[in-house]
Write a protein that binds this ligand. Structure first.
Ligand SMILES: [Zn+2]
Length: 195
């Protein structure tokens, strides 16, 4: 019997239930180490819930002590909640695992944006705290309120931006050179007039 079937059987029999985070005690969170920028955004997302719900979080260094685990993936493989992107939550019998899409500090990260990661993280933390998706306009738990550029859009912009930057640079250099030439011509003309 596969593990999944065993878990389903145990759940049906009531022996095991999915971990429900105890909201009264501080919630232990383990954040997988990555870029400090990314980690700071997660801390900000947690602050959002501390402000809007009476919960408090405690960062732990050992994954086995955690009620909620935050993990990163650079290949979310269409599993994200937002058009296959962004993030999702894995319900485990012992803890909840938030998986978030990770970009390194390159152009893609800049395009994806800290703001997007923060709203995605707030949304996924909401699920980890037991909230469901809503369709309320502007609500953090409304998955439609989060827009993530598609992989194709990111690829096109990533290709276009350096090309455009190159042409801009050529344009600026050409203008600067013609400015220098005009300046020299004026200087020579003035000198000629004085003579
Ligand atoms: Zn959701």
């Amino acid at each position: 019997m596969s593990n999944a079937i065993i878990v389903v059987c145990l759940l049906l029999s009531g022996v095991v239930s999915f971990a429900d985070v105890n909201m009264d005690a501080p919630i232990d969170v383990y954040i997988e180490h990555s870029d400090p920028n990314h980690e700071q955004i997660i801390l900000n997302a947690m602050k959002y819930w501390e402000k809007h719900r009476s919960v408090s979080f405690n960062i732990v260094e050992n994954v086995y002590d955690a009620d909620i685990v935050v993990r990163w993936t650079d290949d979310i493989n269409g599993k994200g909640e937002f058009g296959g992107r962004g993030g999702y939550v894995i319900e485990d019998t012992s803890r909840k695992e938030i998986v978030l899409e990770y970009f390194d500090n390159g152009l893609k990260w800049w395009l994806y944006g800290k703001r997007t990661l923060k709203t995605v993280a707030i949304h996924e933390f909401g699920h980890a705290l037991g909230l469901q998706d809503t369709n309320k306009l502007g609500d953090v738990m409304n998955p439609k309120s989060i827009r993530i550029p598609s992989k194709t859009t990111l690829k096109i912009i990533e290709f276009l931006l350096p090309t455009l930057s190159f042409f801009m640079l050529v344009f600026i250099v050409r203008h600067y050179l013609s400015y220098l030439r005009a300046k020299r011509e004026r200087y020579e003309l003035e000198r000629f007039m004085k003579e």
